[in-house]
Design a protein around this ligand. Structure first.
Ligand code: ARG
Length: 456
């Protein structure tokens, strides 16, 4: 394309090194979409005559057909998807030589990437909605199932499994908002920024922007070809999402182990061991957790690429897509597999309760009961702490204590206290907004459905 300026052809080894076809060919249909909008605009503004514009558009549609039917054979000698499509177009329709009027690959690659990214993000958002629905269904299914809640990896207070699921609803709905933000930042059309400074030709940037469904053309041509912040915003979403996934997966892996044991994973989503016949391993959850580094690494890769990069386009930017694709593919595959896996998770209520009743997770309930009897909380905390210490030393559970032992530590003790000292009561009585009572969970589930509908 640039042989006018050169005496010698580009060396083959340089062609191989500089090509980006292996990375950018997946955007071929979006590249054609951008070119069609561009040529329509060239026709409408009279830069090309209408007949020329129509012929180029028809040629582009032919190339599109070839791509869709996999007849198109791109060549790495032509460097990237953009040059390949233009070259094939010009073979089919010599007027193709006019397509690149008032355009550079710098504004073109930004446009094509934004179009591709927008479609991908909308697909991911759709899948995220399905994941959120799954979580709401799980919350509903497990509303009355009681599990130990942990802080510091120590049993803290009983919680409803439904409440646990809803904690992930909050996390993933924040991710949807991040994704929406990424969709918003890419919503400006780069076409017409040219190589960096715009064009001397009387193009209509508002028209191409509208044809491609962007909100408006970008406002500064230098920034347009230099920036990749719209990709960063996707990466920020992806990192937050994978951090959430890694924590969720880790909980389920732990609670599925023999030491905890109350989570039952579906056979279809586990794998066995080649050596140990008894093994049923949570590999899908482990692999999802194990992909965290790749997603975060892809974000860091782009951040380092952009650091101190001179205004405006530099070829370094061609390296922006490898990690982006990898991250998108990984996020998509994780959401797709988590939906059926999570919806099949079962809870063994007996095992979860056994864990709980053997501990002292109801200690706060006793302290709060004393507060209702007008004991200052600090004093109540001290009394119950001493009671727990006595129990631990003598290997006793709360339910093993006789009335004298109770009264020794807690003079305010009465039969009422014993009635509330069950995991069921503990959960039911935590009835403040956002807490773990079945009543609150029901409210959060119905609000959750509404919030999802408002986001769609
Ligand atoms: N393949 C290139 C990329 O993805 C297209 C832009 C090349 N621009 C240039 N001035 N050499 O970034």
């Amino acid at each position: 394309m640039w042989h006018g300026r050169f005496k010698h052809d580009t060396a083959k080894i340089v062609q191989d090194f500089t090509q980006s076809l292996d990375i950018d060919f997946r955007m071929s249909e979006h590249d054609i979409k951008g070119s069609i909008a561009h040529v329509k605009m060239l026709g409408a503004t009279g830069i090309l005559n209408q007949d020329e514009a129509n012929k180029i558009e028809a040629g582009l549609l032919k190339v599109l057909d070839e791509i869709k039917s996999e007849k198109f054979i791109p060549s790495e000698n032509l460097e990237d998807v953009h040059m390949n499509i233009e070259a094939r177009l010009t073979e089919l329709e010599p007027l193709g030589a006019k397509l690149h009027t008032a355009r550079s690959r710098n504004d073109q690659v930004a446009t094509t990437t934004k179009l591709y990214l927008r479609d991908k993000l909308l697909q991911i958002r759709e899948e995220l909605f399905n994941l959120l629905e799954t979580i709401l269904n799980n919350a509903d299914k497990h509303i009355n199932i009681i599990i130990p809640g942990y802080t510091h990896m120590q049993q803290a207070q009983p919680i409803s499994m439904g409440h646990y699921w809803l904690s992930w609803f909050e996390a993933f709905i924040r991710d949807v908002k991040k994704l929406n933000f990424a969709l918003e930042t890419l919503n400006e059309c780069p076409l017409g920024a040219g190589a960096l400074a715009g064009s001397t030709l009387p193009i209509n940037r508002f028209m191409t922007s509208e044809l491609l469904n962007f909100k408006n053309p970008t406002r500064n041509s230098l920034d347009t070809v230099a920036q990749r912040d719209y990709m960063l915003d996707y990466h920020f979403f992806a990192c937050e999402f994978i951090l959430h996934v890694s924590r969720l997966c880790n909980d389920l892996i732990n609670w599925n182990s023999q030491e905890f044991g109350w989570i039952i994973l579906p056979d279809e989503f586990c794998t066995g061991s080649s050596m140990m016949p008894q093994k049923k391993n949570p590999d899908v959850l482990e692999l999802s957790r194990g992909k965290t580094g790749q997603i975060i690494g892809n974000m860091i890769d782009l951040i380092i690429n952009l650091k101190a990069l001179p205004m405006t386009y530099d070829r370094d930017l061609q390296e922006d897509k490898r990690g982006l694709w990898s991250s998108i593919d990984t996020v998509e595959s994780i959401i797709k597999i988590l939906i059926p896996l999570l919806s099949a998770v079962e809870v063994n209520q007996d095992l979860a309760l056994k864990n709980l009743t053997e501990g002292y997770a109801l200690a706060t309930d006793i302290a709060e009961y004393l507060v209702m009897k007008n004991v200052p909380f600090r004093e109540a905390h001290l009394k119950v702490g001493k009671l727990v210490g006595f129990c631990v030393e003598n290997n006793l559970k709360f339910q093993d204590l006789n009335i004298t032992q109770w009264k020794n530590f807690i003079p305010e003790f009465d039969e009422e206290l014993l009635k509330i000292l069950t995991p069921e009561q503990s959960i039911k009585r935590r009835n403040v907004y956002g807490a773990t009572s079945p009543e609150q969970i029901k409210l959060q589930i119905s609000e959750g459905h509404e919030r999802l509908n408002n986001l769609i």
